[in-house]
Design a binder for this molecule. Structure first.
Ligand code: EPU
Length: 343
């Protein structure tokens, strides 16, 4: 690659262990990080000339590398938090794609801006938040996204997506489907509320309701962090990619049949015709909690999470996932679909 602005870093035959929260020791032929949009455009032009296969990653918290990557992995170090407007009702803030998602949440909560406190402590970076439509405790990030700034991989041209153009769904967006791999997010513009707008329906958050006064964004953030720390493994201590599967959405009739046998089946009504069932419950009922397969295992405290006990190979994790899918299919006739992206 020709000499570029010196803040572009290129590493060859590079271990991705520190770039995927599963902690798998796979290699990339080339790993490139950049700090500005101009650098990204220049990097893309060079890679295009070379006909290189490209994968852009964020914090690697939702990826399963199934093998070494024989191309170039790109990573954004674009980091800024810029207030575009603030008044007594709301704040509009533009954030670089390489900012750690939870650093952004921490800053918003400490200023008592409401909107992302329920999404506190989710691993990963700002760019990926807008692709994955991250969600937790009754909130999805699409509710605070105003627009998404991108660069088109094929041309290097900028394109701004309004929220409705992103076609958000449950852990889903146009960037994961029709436009997969075609655009790189460089910044996200969020709109947060300066007056309290709280979402406290989720079980353990309900206790904040019973206290006097509306909780601050910081209080909600602290409660969310406490819940996550009690249920989810810390990536530094035990490799995982958070929830491995999506919660399946099934037709109401399928749910009725299930409820006839299991009166206690937990569920969320999505619409008149559809019901979401926690994959954790289905997996738990199949007796998977704490079970291992090679170096991979089902987390004891939350069976929706597959973990790397330290020496897992990609095959261990893929095999365990497919054994779980098979047993849920046999017992409940329900398909589970991975939430993590297989690479
Ligand atoms: N459950 C069991 N056994 C268990 C654990 C849970 O049966 O050992 C059942 C319980 O009925 C529980 C239900 O599963 O009420 C749901 O569990 P939990 O509240 O832990 O949430 P989840 O549906 O498993 C989803 C998200 C999480 C998010 C939480 C909280 C998905 C795929 N996962 O998990 O997101 O933090 O809700 O909102 O939607 C992630 O995406 O990586 C992630 C962690």
């Amino acid at each position: 690659m020709r000499d570029m602005t010196n803040s572009v870093t290129i590493k060859h035959h590079y271990s991705l262990r520190g770039h995927n929260t599963f902690g798998l020791d796979v290699k990339a032929k080339q790993f490139i990080s950049y700090h500005t949009v101009d650098e990204l455009v220049e990097v893309l032009a060079c890679l295009r000339d070379q006909g290189e296969q490209i994968l852009h990653i964020g914090g690697g918290s939702n990826l399963l590398f199934t093998k070494d990557f024989e191309g170039s992995i790109l990573h954004s170090d674009i980091r800024f938090i810029q207030f575009l407007s603030r008044d007594s009702r709301e704040v509009v803030v533009r954030v670089g794609s390489g900012v750690k998602w939870d650093d952004f949440c921490a800053e918003m909560a400490s200023s008592n801006y409401y909107g992302c406190e329920n999404l506190s402590y989710i691993p990963g970076e700002v760019g990926a938040s807008a692709i994955q439509n991250i969600g937790a405790y009754g909130v999805e990030v699409e509710s605070i996204i105003q627009q998404v700034e991108t660069i088109e991989v094929a041309t290097g041209k900028p394109r701004v997506f309004r929220t409705e153009e992103c076609e958000y769904g449950y852990r889903d967006s146009i960037f994961k489907r029709d436009l997969l791999g075609q655009y790189i997010v460089t910044a996200v513009v969020y709109r947060l509320s300066a007056v309290p707008v709280v979402h406290l329906d989720y079980g353990q958050l309900q206790q904040l309701r019973s206290r006097a006064g509306v909780p601050t964004a910081q209080e909600i953030r602290d409660a969310v962090i406490a819940i996550r720390q009690s249920k989810l493994p810390e990536p530094e201590e035990l490799g995982s990619a958070g929830s491995f599967f999506k919660n399946p959405v099934v037709p109401a009739a399928v749910f009725q049949q299930l409820a006839a046998t299991y009166s206690d089946v937990p569920h969320y009504v999505v619409s008149e015709d559809e019901v979401k069932i926690p994959a954790a419950w289905l997996i738990d009922q199949c007796g998977w909690k704490g079970k291992s397969h090679g170096g991979a295992a089902v987390y004891e405290k939350q069976p929706l999470i597959l973990v790397n006990r330290g020496h897992a190979t990609p095959a261990d994790i893929m095999e365990l996932a497919s054994l779980i899918e098979q047993s849920v299919m046999e017992k409940f006739h329900i398909s589970l679909h991975p939430e993590v992206n297989y690479i």
